[in-house]
Design a protein around this ligand. Structure first.
Ligand code: DC
Length: 238
């Protein structure tokens, strides 16, 4: 049930890939009538653009300069579907399925490590949060995008657990995948996300830490809702 009488705050949810943060962020946003933004989808959309324009080769990103100069032509937006789900639009095209494929997953960390790309997407994300009433998930939301967010969560789970979740999810979608490839991709992305120079993935000092390795989605949702209510009770902004 949507209750839009809540105060409008910013909720920043960061964490490792496949930690379940998007599911919990989306679910909370729907329950409290907030806008949900998957910032990872924005990095994925820019990566898809780079791949389609031949800027990424087997060896990695071949042409960062050209990608940076193409930024003014790359628009990334979201569309709410009739069933309430959100689809990512790249220059107006619905790319929701394409950006979730393994080829994009394998290239996205390199694109997300380019400072100019980050600056452009962070500015877009900050504009989306201007009116507050937003739940955004990613890697640097509590540290860089919204350092003053009223509620910050950092979600964690072991690499094995996260790879298993992604594997199950992709099998359910009918994808032909190999568990070892998925695990290698998760470990590789963790490494790049944590060691890049620009806004590396880290837990903000004032974030609440959640290890959800042994929690069911429902337990996780309840945990987050409690934190939200406690934060709202102590927040006077409207
Ligand atoms: O959450 P995800 O797996 O869809 O994110 C895709 C990639 O984008 C991941 O490698 C990390 C990067 N990312 C980032 O650097 N900063 C964000 N705020 C969100 C995602």
């Amino acid at each position: 049930m949507t209750d839009t009488t809540y105060n409008k705050i910013i909720i920043a949810i960061d964490g490792f890939s496949s930690s379940g943060k998007s599911t919990m962020a989306r679910s909370l946003a729907a329950k409290i009538g907030y806008r949900y933004i998957d910032s990872g989808a924005m990095y994925r959309a820019v990566t898809l653009y780079a791949m389609r324009h031949g800027m990424i080769s087997e060896e990695g990103i071949a042409d960062a300069r050209t990608l940076i100069s193409a930024l003014p032509q790359i628009s990334v937006d979201f569309k709410v579907m009739p069933d309430g789900s959100q689809h990512t639009l790249l220059c107006g095209e619905d790319v929701e399925t394409a950006i979730r494929k393994l080829d994009v997953s394998s290239n996205v960390s390199q694109v997300a490590a380019i400072p100019e790309i980050r600056h452009a997407l962070v500015a877009m994300q900050q504009a989306m949060g201007k009116e507050k009433g937003i739940v955004m998930d990613g890697r640097d939301i509590g540290t860089t995008v919204f350092p003053d967010a009223e509620l910050k969560i950092f979600v964690d789970a072991s690499a094995q657990t996260r790879a298993q979740r992604r594997f199950t999810e992709m099998l359910a979608k009918g994808a032909e995948v190999n568990f070892e490839d998925i695990l290698a991709n998760v470990v590789h992305r963790d490494h790049i996300d944590q060691t890049r120079e620009e806004s590396p993935l880290r837990c903000a000092d004032d974030a609440l830490h959640l290890d959800n390795s042994t929690l069911t989605p429902e337990e996780q949702d309840n945990w987050l809702m409690e934190r939200f209510k406690a934060t709202i009770a102590h927040t006077s902004v409207k």
